[in-house]
Design a binder for this molecule. Structure first.
Ligand SMILES: [Fe+2]
Length: 133
């Protein structure tokens, strides 16, 4: 996949989380656009840094939502986030060392977003709506 556009099916039914996911997808799209426009490496580096920081913020935000509602799968979900952030920094470092392309890193993030969002995050919305997870 070379691009990521917001689709209705990405919505999990929790307005705050959906809103933050949209921003995440928008950031990825902006990075793909910057690559297509052949923007300088310094700018791409800044965008990747923004994406990394935004992901960190979004995870804390999501974790606080889970915490506040007494979400039963909190620990496992937080562990998923921690793992992703670790792999993200690792791959970003490899990219900076020239061992990995920016496209590879983006593809990893897009795949992760699609699987994690459509499975794990969806369970949070289901729990809020009173369904068993
Ligand atoms: Fe999540």
């Amino acid at each position: 996949m070379s691009d990521l556009k917001w689709k209705k099916k990405y919505e999990i039914g929790h307005p705050r989380i959906d809103f933050e996911h949209r921003i995440f997808v928008d950031l990825i799209t902006r990075i793909y656009d910057a690559i297509a426009e052949k923007r300088d490496g310094g700018y791409l580096e800044r965008l990747m840094y923004e994406l990394q920081k935004y992901t960190e913020f979004h995870f804390v935000s999501e974790e606080n939502i889970m915490y506040s509602i007494g979400y039963p799968d909190y620990d496992a979900h937080v562990e998923h986030h921690r793992e992703l952030l670790e792999r993200f920094s690792q791959k970003k470092m490899e990219m900076e060392l020239g061992e990995r392309t920016i496209e590879e890193l983006l593809k990893f993030l897009v795949d992760w977003f699609l699987t994690h969002t459509l499975t794990e995050d969806r369970k949070i919305a289901s729990f809020v709506h009173g369904k068993k997870i």
